[in-house]
Design a protein around this ligand. Structure first.
Ligand SMILES: [Zn+2]
Length: 339
């Protein structure tokens, strides 16, 4: 059984070399985590993924996407992974091996013997489940089991997560990060131009939403026909087309694994296609009253934008009240316009 693959040794080397340039990598990481400027932490992350990419052959966007997916799962499953740069998470038995009698094992040799995922990426001889470099090395190794082609990465990820949704999300996140060439994708915008004439109130859970929503999972923003509808986030177009209730609707997945849903549009921005990456404020369509019938049905209720937000926990998706987010994004954009 080979315990240390070639690239893993190279990774250790290159990271050690880079660490000598600016003090040890882990102490640098710790000091950044203390101050917590999210922009810098993302820059640090990107650099780490780019370095791991060089030695593992995995595109940095895929490493970033897996890390990001793990982060959204940590949020959904309320796992505690503070004091780290990466968000990759393994359980004890995943790390040390299911049949390993020592579930706190940190020896790369015996972990490998028991087929655990744990690896030593930092070069200290210890496979530490809370060390960023060890976690990255472990994840990179399981991702490249059958090669580094995108197709192989996806197969390996499927084997690991046993869930096609997970692989789909990771592909989407990789596309978002790759297209924008950054991990700073947390900005938002209000779905309508804030200087337009519109009105909305909290209608969460109302059993009489407009446009055939049986229990009202969203907020209705009333505005005139043709008012632009804009993306509320950096994200990828997941769905675009007709739905009997939603009419002409668009669904955008953001990198926090939140699905932004826009319904009853009068039409779509023509250039927008599924799998396109969009930015906050980018026009995706126009307010209308489509829906509640066969494709093209319109005018069965007053024109409005139905806006919904859904969170994914890896297995299912559930909607949550978008009203507080809408108020926040509206406020932020109004204050930006004043400055
Ligand atoms: Zn609605």
């Amino acid at each position: 059984m080979k315990s240390t693959p070639f690239w893993s040794r190279v990774l250790v080397l290159s990271l050690l070399l880079s660490a000598t340039e600016s003090g040890s990598l882990s102490s640098k990481a710790a000091s950044i985590a203390d101050i917590k400027p999210p922009q810098n932490l993302n820059a640090e992350r990107k650099e780490l993924f780019e370095k791991t990419s060089l030695v593992s052959g995995i595109p940095w966007t895929y490493l970033a996407a897996v890390d990001q997916y793990e982060r959204t799962m940590n949020v959904a499953k309320k796992r505690n992974v503070h004091q780290r740069i990466t968000n990759i998470y393994f359980t004890d038995s995943e790390w040390t091996g299911l049949l390993n009698p020592d579930q706190q094992d940190t020896s790369p040799k015996s972990i490998s013997f028991f087929h655990g995922f744990g690896r030593d990426g930092s070069g200290d001889g210890i496979a530490d489940r809370n060390n960023d470099l060890d976690l990255l090395a472990a994840m990179a190794q399981l991702m490249t089991k059958n090669g580094t082609q995108e197709e192989n990465l996806q197969i390996n990820l499927w084997n690991y997560y046993q869930n096609s949704r997970s692989v789909e999300r990771i592909k989407q996140f990789a596309t978002i990060f790759g297209t924008l060439n950054t991990l700073d994708v947390g900005e938002h915008a209000f779905p309508l131009p804030v200087n337009a004439d519109y009105s909305y109130r909290s209608t969460w859970g109302d059993n009489r939403g407009w446009g055939g929503h049986r229990s009202h999972e969203g907020t209705d923003l009333f505005a005139r026909y043709g008012v632009p509808v804009r993306s509320t986030c950096y994200g990828i177009i997941e769905v675009k087309g007709w739905n009997p209730y939603g009419g002409w609707r668009i669904g955008i997945r953001d990198a926090s694994n939140i699905y932004h849903y826009y319904a009853h549009l009068s039409g779509f921005q023509k250039e927008i296609k599924e799998n396109d990456v969009v930015k906050p404020g980018q026009i995706i369509g126009w307010v209308g009253s489509s829906g509640y019938g066969k494709p093209g049905t319109s005018g069965k209720f007053p024109p409005h934008l139905h806006f919904g937000l859904y969170r994914d926990n890896g297995l299912t998706e559930w909607s949550f009240d978008p009203y507080p987010s809408l108020r926040k994004w509206e406020r932020e954009e109004r204050s930006k316009r004043k400055n």
